[in-house]
Design a protein. Structure first.
Length: 129
């Protein structure tokens, strides 16, 4: 079976480390590509229009281009309109959750510890079932 490709855009280095660490046990199944902000992930995708990640995970609060803007842009592009996208954020706002639903995206509040992150990792992998 081919590895699943996950893109993760997150400006906080500690959060990127926690996310990456939680996927370590799935290295044989998942190829994880990390980006430091929304503009970086969009530029990467635009540079290779044939690239189709299996899942895109976005932080909401990022400099230059936040996760909501990236989500809007990706959903307007036919090539990415049906790819699973999840907003992973510190926000627990119903407004942010509703925004994600309007763009057919998942919404997960960031974990407070490693055990919660491991649970979220398992939940993210369910997008491939």
């Amino acid at each position: 079976m081919a590895k699943k490709l996950i893109f993760y855009a997150e400006d906080d280095q500690d959060d990127r480390y926690i996310f990456e660490t939680s996927f370590t046990r799935f290295k044989s199944e998942v190829d994880l590509q990390m980006f430091s902000d929304g503009l970086e992930i969009l530029n990467y995708l635009k540079a290779d229009p044939l690239l189709r990640p299996d899942l895109i995970v976005l932080d909401i609060n990022m400099p230059q281009l936040d996760g909501k803007d990236v989500l809007r842009i990706l959903r307007a592009m036919p090539a990415y309109s049906t790819i699973p996208i999840v907003l992973l954020t510190t926000s627990s706002s119903p407004v942010d959750r509703y925004f994600a639903q309007q763009f057919s995206a998942g919404f997960i509040t960031k974990p407070m510890d490693e055990a919660e992150m491991n649970k979220i990792t398992s939940d993210l992998l369910k997008f491939f079932d």
